[in-house]
Design a protein around this ligand. Structure first.
Ligand code: DGJ
Length: 730
């Protein structure tokens, strides 16, 4: 390995010969297609971030960047440290704080060496080793860069060789520095059914933190995903903006510190709340990946960077197919039996979707799961509801020529369950305190290997008994109260060990069942992140399926996650007609959660046709490029376009979001990402039976016209939802 050090062709050296004890200063650029993130080692071996922006043609010029800034005095030379240590010279928020084996709390990290590996055509890994000159304590920083997508995944590995254990009090994944006149944050907040509510603000001096202390369902109040625009809030197609998100499903913390020099320092990682980690000598502590992309051409490009990266490298089967489905949750809730489900299997076929998804309520006998306060943990089929088991339903699905999927919530336990009675020590609780429930349930202690085996076994048994099982919805409804593990000796490790346990189980599941599609659900969008999505093919954004709300929510989710990962179901939420509801659900991975047998003839016909239309265009939605054309928060309508990579076939979804007098698309919508020289026809599709389109589908337009003048979807109070197909003509 050592011989690989210093082989980086992109590094250049200069000698600061005027310094008495100088070593060579060196810049280490991490270049992707459009950008460079430049690290710099000074003559005293301090490692800083000197630049993150558009890349230069001559990389030797990066070293001139710092001199171009005339900021006030940097008293330590560490304000832009690549990984700020604590307790020595630092005067700003650290990335790492420790208590050494001898009780000393000071840490200083100096550059030792680095190496760059080309892992694949498009993927490089830079590893930089930092070491304390006094203590035998090392931090290695990893920057995995994806060239074409301008995405960087950053993490750190911490280890030491001290005489005893070291306490890690803070252990961030990444520590970035941005430079600008002003910084504008878009963060998200929410609660059940209110996920991904954006909030924009100008960042002021001091520290702004977004974090979670919820343990499980960590995103309930806010996700770790955020954007920071430089100079002004970046619109879709201009301006510089950084998108960041932590690939971690547990407690996270992102500190944004606008320091006295007017630099923005971003420090992201696991939340150190209640988590002082005792690190034994030679043990490696690996932080989760902090994922970011920088766009100098607006939010649209940043989102497409993440979409392309996620589909290619992160999301399970991101470049594959997905199944359309009928789910019974809102159609039946807990009230079903075998006959009812067999009817729903027929409805699945009638609707034309691929799969029937049996939701909550199919299990537990002593404390049957007939409502949400019993039975979690008792994953035996409820004999009263389903006397012939799941197997008979899976077989019946086969006869109906549809696939069968099932809901589980294996991390959880109901106080009224046989599991709780048999294994009270598997439950997260403080025995001396009153139990406190979230959705009437408690969380199992996944730090315990016995519990990990149990959770793995829940799925393994289902698959073993029903090899044709084609889909899993994995739910997680409770947060963690009274955090305590009867298994762990050191409770400070609890939150971290829980997540390690969860990922361990998911690894085992994927090792044995690599392909089966799984939906990541957490009472809606309570757990959506790129660590979990390595094991899941899609996520459930929210239980709120009111299409009007969904337009806004899906719009914001779409900045960070590609449409193929976003499950959208047509339900009875909201006041909109079936066409509007279906059109909105079609913008991601389409499903239904309605009583098909209660649809009137025309609504049923519309849904059946919509499934076929969706099947024809799903490839573009899942694998094409997404462009946001009209923001529902900025006007009276929303418009979102998907176009294939050849720029020859696409679709635009348009929705009126304001029902006040005379609102509509008074002006045309400018399309994006077309070939200016190609000719296109625009046709309205997914019309409700008996209605006709006001769009002239004979007219031929140049790509240039559509991108400069646009097309009017003709939205108004009688046409509130319009889908337009774009087709290049030969
Ligand atoms: C919460 C999920 O978000 C719903 O879709 C549904 O599966 C229920 N749990 C079932 O309890």
């Amino acid at each position: 390995m050592l011989q690989k050090f210093f082989t980086v062709s992109s590094v250049f050296l200069f000698i600061a010969s005027f310094l008495p004890i100088c070593t060579q200063a060196q810049s280490i650029p991490i270049e992707t297609q459009s950008n460079a993130l430049v690290l710099h080692k000074d003559s005293a071996n301090n490692l800083t971030v000197i630049y993150y922006g558009k890349k230069l043609s001559d990389e030797r010029e990066y070293v001139l960047v710092p001199a171009s800034y005339k900021q006030s005095e940097d008293y330590t030379g560490l304000s832009n440290a690549a990984y700020t240590p604590s307790g020595s010279k630092n005067i700003l928020e650290p990335a790492i704080s420790v208590v050494h084996a001898d009780g000393n709390k000071s840490l200083d990290l100096r550059y030792v060496t680095h190496k760059l590996d080309q892992l694949a055509d498009n993927v490089s890994l830079l590893e930089v080793e930092l070491k304390d000159p006094v203590y035998d304590f090392t931090v290695r920083l990893f920057y995995k860069s994806y060239f074409a997508e301008d995405v960087i995944e950053q993490w750190s590995v911490i280890e030491h060789n001290e005489k005893g254990a070291v306490l890690l009090e803070k252990f961030a994944s990444a520590n970035l520095t941005l430079k600008s006149n002003s910084y504008w944050l878009r963060q998200y907040h929410g609660d059940w059914a209110k996920e991904m509510q954006p909030e924009d603000s100008k960042i002021t001096h001091g520290i702004k933190t977004i974090d979670s202390k919820l343990g499980t369902r960590a995103n309930l109040f806010q996700p770790s995903s955020f954007m920071v625009s430089l100079d002004k809030p970046a619109p879709e197609d201009e301006g510089t903006v950084l998108f960041g998100t932590l690939g971690y499903s547990g407690n996270f913390k992102v500190d944004m510190e606008l320091d006295y020099l007017n630099n923005l320092r971003i420090i992201g990682g696991i939340n150190n709340y209640a988590s002082n980690y005792t690190l034994k000598p030679q043990e490696k502590f690996t932080t989760p990946k902090f994922i970011y992309t920088l766009s100098t051409t607006g939010k649209g490009k940043a989102s497409r960077n993440l979409h392309n990266w996620a589909r290619k490298y992160k999301l399970l089967d991101g470049q594959g197919d997905r199944l359309t489905l009928l789910n019974n949750w809102e159609a039946t809730y807990f009230d079903f039996n075998e006959n009812k489900l067999k009817e729903l299997l027929k409805d699945t076929k009638k609707l034309g979707v691929d799969l029937f998804l049996l939701d909550d309520g199919w299990f537990a006998n002593k404390y049957p799961r007939n409502n949400d306060d019993t039975g979690l943990g008792d994953w035996q089929v409820n004999k009263k509801k389903l006397p012939n088991g799941i197997t008979s339903l899976v077989k019946e699905a086969g006869r109906q020529d549809v696939k069968f999927g099932i809901w589980v919530e294996p991390e959880m336990v109901s106080p009224k369950s046989e599991l709780y009675e048999q294994h009270p020590d598997w439950v997260i609780k403080q025995s001396a305190r009153a139990e406190h429930y979230f959705r009437n349930q408690l969380v199992l202690d996944l730090s315990n290997p016995a519990v990990q085996n149990f959770v793995f076994g829940v799925l393994d048994e289902l698959f073993t008994e029903n090899p044709e099982l084609a889909y899993i919805k994995w739910d997680c409804n409770a947060i963690i109260y009274n955090a305590y593990s009867a298994h762990l000796k050191n409770q400070e490790h609890f939150y971290i060990e829980y997540m390690r346990g969860l990922y361990h189980v998911l690894e085992r599941i994927r090792a044995k069942y690599p392909k089966v599609p799984m939906m990541l659900c957490s009472g809606g969008g309570g757990r959506v992140d790129y660590a979990a999505l390595q094991y899941f093919t899609e996520f459930w954004p929210s239980d709120n399926t009111d299409p009007m709300e969904r337009i806004f929510m899906q719009y914001e989710y779409s900045y960070f996650y590609p449409a193929i990962s976003t499950s959208n179901h047509v339900t009875d939420w909201g006041k909109q007609p079936i066409k509007f509801r279906t059109d909105v659900a079609m913008m991601g991975k389409l499903g239904f959660d309605i009583v098909v047998s209660e649809l009137n003839e025309k609504d049923l016909k519309f849904c059946q046709d919509a499934v076929q239309i969706y099947n024809n265009m799903k490839d573009i939605i899942w694998h094409g490029d997404q462009y946001r054309l009209a923001d529902p928060r900025e006007g009276n309508f929303a418009a979102i376009q998907y176009i294939d990579t050849n720029r020859s076939a696409g679709v635009i979804f348009n929705y009126l979001v304001n029902n006040r007098y005379d609102q509509g698309s008074h002006f045309p919508v400018l399309l994006k990402g077309l070939d200016a020289n190609k000719k296109y026809k625009i046709t309205e599709i997914n019309l409700y039976p008996g209605t006709s389109s006001s769009i002239n589908n004979k007219q031929v337009y140049s790509g240039e016209f559509l991108m400069k003048i646009g097309i009017n979807p003709d939205l108004h109070k009688d046409r509130t939802s319009v889908i337009l197909e774009i087709k290049a003509i030969d």
